[in-house]
Design a protein around this ligand. Structure first.
Ligand SMILES: CC(C)(COP(=O)(O)OP(=O)(O)OC[C@H]1O[C@@H](n2cnc3c(N)ncnc32)[C@H](O)[C@@H]1OP(=O)(O)O)[C@@H](O)C(=O)NCCC(=O)NCCS
Length: 227
């Protein structure tokens, strides 16, 4: 086995209103609470996920925290302790749909370099994906942007990556608005499994809008990103 020991746990991070805890098996029920929300799960699949699926996801996210040093957080209200949502960063698999992002990133070697740990999968070393999902009752209060800004600070200032990317279905206007609100730049579209607006079911070539933030742009504008 490579990487940190199985007992390694990443510390929580605090933003103005949220406590961000790395997802692992112990947070299965909280993760499920987010993905069980009827305004959330249809963006991730055709069926409402059960607890067993949340368990698998939480275990896999915990593995990524251990071996890749990063994955998503569960966001709790700092005062009430309520589960607000989940979000943050993850490494993107090499040789996957994510390879379509190469054309939107600089033509430099760091883009294709793989992370030293091949557990739990072979991932890009120098750029990360960012995402968010909130329980419906917490929409419209800026929480996703708060998670997003904290994640960008973690990616660039703690992990030292070269870029952060984000992809969402073309018609997910709320998620696209978060990307723009936190300073990411729209670069074009990729195709992957998902839904098309107004069409029943999933297909393999659904259009996803892609946004990018490069390290140099983060450094230029970092004063506006305090979480
Ligand atoms: C995508 C998603 C996380 C966006 O949530 P959101 O609440 O719209 O986004 P934010 O948390 O950044 O909130 C922004 C809104 O809060 C308002 N707001 C209120 N108080 C605010 C504050 N203190 N700071 C910032 N914005 C604030 C903003 O004006 C904005 O309002 P508007 O949408 O009317 O323009 C949410 O719609 C969701 O969970 N969707 C389902 C899952 C999903 O699609 N995830 C993405 C898959 S790629």
């Amino acid at each position: 086995m490579e990487g940190p020991s199985p007992t390694h746990t990443a510390p929580a991070r605090l933003t103005k209103r949220l406590r961000l805890e790395p997802v692992g098996p112990a947070r299965t029920r909280d993760l499920w609470q987010v993905h069980d929300d009827d305004a959330v799960w249809p963006w991730y699949g055709e069926e409402k996920p059960g607890l067993a699926q949340a368990e698998r996801r939480a275990r896999s996210m915990g593995d990524s925290w251990r071996f890749h040093g990063v994955h998503k957080w569960i966001a709790y209200d700092r005062e009430s302790g309520e589960v607000v949502g989940r979000g943050g960063l993850s490494r993107t698999p090499v040789d996957d749909d994510w390879g379509q992002l190469y054309e939107f990133l600089p033509a430099e070697p760091w883009v294709r370099i793989a992370h030293s740990s091949q557990h739990p999968f072979t991932a890009h070393a120098n750029w990360l994906e960012i995402g968010w999902a909130l329980r419906r009752r917490f929409w419209g209060r800026g929480y996703a942007s708060e998670i997003g800004r904290a994640a960008l600070a973690f990616a660039f200032d703690v992990l030292g990556v070269q870029a952060v990317v984000s992809c969402t279905l073309r018609h997910n206007v709320r998620s696209r608005a978060v990307m723009e609100r936190i300073g990411m730049r729209y670069v074009g579209e990729i195709r992957s499994r998902g839904t098309v607006e107004g069409v029943q079911g999933e297909r393999d070539d659904a259009p996803f809008a892609a946004c990018v933030l490069l390290r140099k742009d983060w450094e230029r504008r970092r004063t506006t990103y305090a979480p």
